[in-house]
Design a protein around this ligand. Structure first.
Ligand SMILES: [Zn+2]
Length: 481
């Protein structure tokens, strides 16, 4: 029952802030979606859905539509045409190897940048990777980085990164000669990022968006690690990072065809949590409330509004079981990051020499990709990136003040600095709920008391809202006496 926990404090709030608060009905996209998909919609779920579409940002709705599966298909065929994109493969052959892929990507992103009116800068960021487990000799690696500068002075230093890895491998990660088409792993992610850049370069955003294609993933997340490490050294304010890796197929090795789901993996306990933070977490909870987890919830809500054909399946795990991806070096350095991956993988089509064995076709070939599916995953990405870069920053220094023992919850946070800020929303949920179920608009204030809702029984968070209604991800508070 979505309306069950509306607080009875309207009069108190109005008196306190001399503004009539908008008491939003609690929004539960999960229930609305499930109701819409699986059974006859109830009166409530239908009204929640139309309310959500009324608040849609037209710029986001437009750019989602402009993403074109045919461009993604062309890019994947081109990337596959380089034969192999193994990180150790040749760098000076114009037609084969990772060097050819690097130069083609640089030229494609550069073409895209022409439509940005000088706001998008494309760079080759090259570094020498020393010998490592899967790097037998020092090797030059090049990240292709297209930065679309934000247009709002208060927000242009705030950055969102979306990436795919353009390297590929056959059965052996150090075989630089074998054919490694990598159509799914990860031409799919790379092509999706290029298409997002093409569409989004024409639009203005408050904050900065970085579209990136990196090598060295199969060699140990090397390109992403170098970027994240440089970002940390230079104190870059990366507020979110998405890696798109294996987003190519809607048909799994288990025979399940599911073109309407994408998995979003998010860690619960931060990879960079300090011992002191762990002590606090054990005392107040928060195992499911890292910044990465808030990002996953944000993606799920945004996709429900802008890409209703797709269901975001949140997986409460850093990555697939025991496996890794390019978001991890970001998480390890304190940057919120998530991984997008197709719902059911087919292991005969990844990290395999191209061959037929006992009638089974092995290899990561373009014919196993579903280009319309990839376009829909790109739309899920693009809608969230756009919302992130249009919305205010997530509130900073959010705390639950524990100075008094009370059945209320006292919240405090720092004021945002954006000039188009409208105010804040407090969200909350049962401790056992996977998603935020309730929200309340509290105006442009920096503290608020949730009367009659105890921090013992609920989790709370704060998000910032601008005058167009664009909302930041939720910030989860820490306790302060
Ligand atoms: Zn991959």
């Amino acid at each position: 029952m979505p309306f069950s926990r509306r607080p009875k404090i309207a009069i108190f709030v109005a008196a306190l802030f001399s503004a009539v608060p908008l008491l939003f009905p609690s929004i539960d996209f999960a229930k609305a979606q499930t109701a819409g998909a699986a059974q006859k919609p109830t009166r409530q779920s239908r009204s929640l859905r139309s309310a959500a579409s009324d608040r849609r940002n037209q710029q986001i709705a437009r750019l989602v539509q402009e993403i074109d599966a045919r461009n993604i298909e062309r890019s994947i065929h081109k990337l596959v045409s380089f034969g192999t994109r193994n990180t150790l493969s040749t760098q000076d052959d114009p037609n084969r190897g990772i060097g050819a892929a690097r130069d083609w990507l640089f030229s494609e992103f550069s073409k895209v940048a022409e439509s940005s009116g000088g706001r998008m800068i494309v760079e080759k960021q090259t570094f020498e990777q020393p010998k490592a487990a899967r790097v037998p000799q020092p090797t030059m690696l090049t990240n292709i980085v297209a930065t679309l500068k934000g247009s709002q002075p208060e927000s242009s230093e705030r950055m969102y990164v979306v990436s795919g890895h353009y390297d590929s491998m056959c059965t052996s990660p150090t075989d630089a000669k074998c054919d490694a088409p990598g159509a799914n792993d990860d031409a799919s992610g790379t092509a999706a990022v290029l298409e997002m850049a093409r569409v989004m370069a024409k639009y203005k955003f408050d904050a900065t968006i970085v579209f990136m294609a990196v090598p060295g993933e199969e060699q140990g997340l090397l390109g992403a690690t170098d970027f994240a490490e440089q970002a940390k050294k230079n104190n870059l304010d990366i507020e979110a990072m998405f890696t798109n890796d294996i987003i190519g197929s809607s048909l799994g090795g288990n025979g399940i065809h599911d073109p309407h789901s994408v998995r979003v993996f998010s860690e619960g306990v931060p990879s960079n949590e300090t011992p002191a933070e762990a002590t606090t977490r054990r005392s107040v909870g928060g195992e499911n409330d890292s910044a990465a987890r808030q990002l996953a919830r944000f993606i799920r809500e945004t996709a429900a509004a802008y890409v209703p054909a797709m269901k975001v399946m949140m997986v409460y795990r850093r990555d697939r079981y025991g496996r890794g991806g390019d978001h991890i070096p970001f998480l390890e350095r304190g940057y919120p990051a998530v991984r997008f991956t197709e719902p059911n993988e087919n292991y005969q089509h990844q990290h395999q020499n191209v061959r037929v064995e006992n009638g089974i076709r092995y290899g990561d070939l373009p014919e196993f990709d579903d280009f319309n599916y990839i376009a829909n995953v790109a739309r899920v990405n693009a809608s969230s990136l756009a919302m992130l870069a249009l919305a205010p920053a997530r509130p900073k220094n959010v705390v639950v003040v524990t100075a008094r023992l009370t059945n209320d919850t006292d919240l405090k946070w720092d004021a945002n600095k954006e000039t188009d800020l409208a105010g804040y929303e407090i969200v909350w949920r049962d401790t056992t709920s996977p998603v935020w179920t309730n929200s309340k608009t509290v105006g442009n204030v920096t503290s608020y008391t949730m009367k009659g809702l105890s921090k013992d029984n609920f989790f709370f968070g704060i998000r910032a809202v601008d005058k167009q209604g664009s909302k930041s991800p939720v910030s989860f508070p820490r306790p302060v006496r």
